[in-house]
Design a protein. Sequence first.
Length: 428
Amino acid sequence: GTARPGRNWIPVGAAVVAAVAFAPVRNRIQILVDKAFFRRGYDFRRGVHDFSAAAGKACGRGEILDLFENALAEMLPVEKVAGIVLEPGGGPPGIVLRRGLDDAAVSLLAGPPEPGTLGTNARPDVPGFEVTLPLPLGDGGLAGWVFVGPKKSGLEFTEEDRELLETLAAEAAAALRRIRLQEEVAYERASREKSEELGRLKTEFISSVSHELRTPMTSLQGISQLLQSGKVGDEARRERLLELMAGECGRLGRFLHNVLDFGRIEQDVKRYEFRETDLKPLVTEVAEIARSATAGDDLDLEVETPEGPVWVEADPDSVCQALLNLVDNAVKYSIGRKRVAVRLAEKDGRVEVSVSDRGIGIPAEDREKIFEAFFRSPAAVRHDPKGVGLGLKIVKHIMDAHGGTIDLRSDPGQGTTFTLKFPKRRKT
């Protein structure tokens, strides 16, 4: 009745033989379970076709990465998906878009070219991801990378899995190439349109400058010839003609000053000399210059100033230029009898200088644009074709340099008031 010692080894040996014999079957069962429960019975060709069609319609890089992740969720569920899209052009790789990568990984990928980074043909190794897929541009460059984490089933990636991932990556790369090409075409078109617009503005500017110079020069030439002829014997008339000459010379000088100042502003070399300045005599001086410049016009110029001095930290020449530009505009765009008011006041710790007219006014849709270089509203051009569109641009630059603001109130057909608001002291 005693059991033989050798018989105890028979079940163990049988178990080992069974395990070895049935290992392939077990692996097949696991693969079937993987396909059944984690692939959701996908059709390879149909899935790739659907992804390709959707990616072909995508408008943005982020949308393509989203589609890639959604496609894997349907066909090959994985723990995580990440990706980066690179900046177009040569030089060190810059990252336009990133998904699912921490700063350490991005720092590694965007670093200088080293073995295993984006600067070489080697695929970067990012911790936590099992498959790295390049997104080639087709010209030897890269549109980016896609990184795929472990399968949710826990199994290794099969050859079939990798074929699927590479196919999807190729379709994603094609979509990224299309988007990049579209952007390049749009950029070239925009550059061409901008170049054409600059050319048009240059032509208009030269034409306007020529017109602005020709008008006072013609007046000066005519008056000087008349005075030289000796035909003007009346002393009062001679004085009147000399006043007109002085006015035209002043207008010409201010115009050239604006043109030169605009050039300095565009080159960022415009400089200001700030000092304690009493604006009261400055406003009075502007009024006198405006009256002499419009000696031939029916101008009613009203000036209101406080009794005492009004001190601010300012560049007096620039403030004078800004006010003259506003008064010139007020006179130019007045309707009928030219009525202009210049008022100086201190309010709430600030100094305000306002210039009001009863002119054509400024439409609401143009009130931001008028401070742009060369802009003139259609109504302004119809009222007076002369003008370049630099005056208010320069006024805005002067006020910005002073730390001030410009308040605008206007009613089309009723008039406009510009108010320059200066701080007592500039913020440095």
